[in-house]
Design a protein around this ligand. Structure first.
Ligand code: HEC
Ligand code: HEC
Length: 314
């Protein structure tokens, strides 16, 4: 009996020590290996980058009352992760990213590791499979003289990260690798290829597969329930809104026309039905052609039988 008690006490002490260590250490840091990279800053890149930034970054980084990219509280992040705030990504040198180098931005966007080595948990998306040219477009835009990224001195908030986030950052989550080979743009004359590229890089698959936890960000098609929906996302009130099944099954988009899809995607509207709710924000910056390409691609993937329970709240 005494021996068992002693053994248990030791285990408990070790566990408490481990928990204390994790809590004290916080989110782990990693080595930052910068490459020799300078944003191209061409007018075409800046224009494309603006569109991508509005679709991919603004949802999290825009403060809705001011319309500025000065950071805001992530009301749709699971509360058990803590109180998470995105950051000021305008060109302010003190509170924004005005004094980050192009290479530091590239490293963060690809891997999730900040220039001081701190890792950003999955509450910020990483650009793991995006073409080099598109990542360059985003960075060129962030560096441009567009009013949306003009220096703004709002200090923003530090995230109040919960113990669970720290623990998972030590045990489960890891930075993404920097690509070792060039990632080319998709062949834009091949609609299905273009649609696949957009569906994977605009994060559609990330929300629309079975669960964030089983997504494969390096090889999206290997995600559990790829595009089968049912993933429990949260709206700004913290209510669960399950994602729709987008596969060509009758429980998904099986009987949808391209026209219906384009309208739903670009404007959030389904004739005679409920408008689409956050976090499915309309993709107004996509062209009809790009939206149609996504539809054509989705029609080619394996159908998944998954009737998603669409709960409507008052
Ligand atoms: C799903 C939400 C989300 C998306 C999408 C997102 N971010 Fe973030 N981002 C965050 C959060 C939250 C932080 C703060 C993390 C922290 O401090 O630990 C952050 C931090 C950053 C930082 C670090 C700033 C600093 O001063 O530490 C940069 C730069 C950044 N994001 C740029 C971008 C860009 C560019 C995009 C689009 C390609 C983007 N983010 C998309 C949520 C997001
Ligand atoms: C942040 C998570 C998120 C992202 C990113 C996202 N969606 Fe959604 N989407 C949802 C949710 C949640 C719904 C369900 C909305 C509702 O029930 O009102 C939805 C609904 C839809 C619908 C309506 C389907 C139906 O049966 O009503 C379509 C079409 C769609 N999304 C396409 C896309 C495409 C294409 C992309 C990428 C360009 C995308 N979504 C990105 C979360 C997301």
């Amino acid at each position: 009996m005494k021996k068992l008690f002693l053994a248990l006490s030791i285990v408990l002490l070790l566990l408490a020590g481990f928990a204390g260590y994790i809590n004290y250490q916080g989110i782990p840091s990693y080595e930052v290996k910068l490459t020799d990279y300078h944003a191209s800053m061409t007018p075409e890149a800046i224009e494309r980058g603006k569109k991508l930034t509005l679709m991919l970054c603004a949802g999290c980084h825009m403060d809705r009352p001011t319309g500025k990219l000065i950071g805001t509280q992530m009301l749709d992040a699971p509360p058990e992760f803590g109180k998470i705030y995105s950051r000021n990504i305008t060109q302010d040198k003190e509170h924004g990213i005005g004094d980050w180098t192009d290479a530091e931005l590239l490293y963060l966007l690809r891997t999730g590791v900040k220039r001081d080595g701190q890792y950003i948990p999955p509450y910020m998306a990483k650009l793991t499979v995006m073409a080099d040219q598109d990542v360059d477009a985003i960075i060129s835009f962030l560096r441009s003289d567009d009013l949306l990224v003009a220096a703004d001195p709002s200090p923003g908030h530090d995230s109040e990260v919960a113990f669970l986030t720290k623990l998972l950052s030590h045990l489960a989550w890891k930075p993404m690798p920097m690509p070792t080979q060039e990632i080319p743009m998709p062949d834009s004359t091949n609609e299905v290829q273009l649609g696949k590229y957009l569906a994977q890089n605009l994060e559609c698959f990330s929300c629309h597969s079975a669960d964030f936890k089983t997504n494969n960000y390096l090889n999206p098609e290997k995600s559990d329930g790829y595009f089968g929906g049912g993933n429990a996302t949260l709206n700004q009130k913290g209510q669960v809104i399950r994602t729709a099944n987008l596969t060509p099954h009758e429980t998904g988009l099986g009987d949808w026309t391209q026209e219906k899809f384009v309208k739903a995607l670009r404007f959030g509207l389904k004739p005679g039905e409920h408008a689409l709710r956050p976090p499915m924000y309309p993709y107004t910056h996509l062209t009809d052609g790009e939206a149609a390409a996504i539809f054509k691609y989705l029609q080619t993937i394996d159908p998944i039988d998954n009737k998603v329970d669409r709960v409507f709240y008052d």
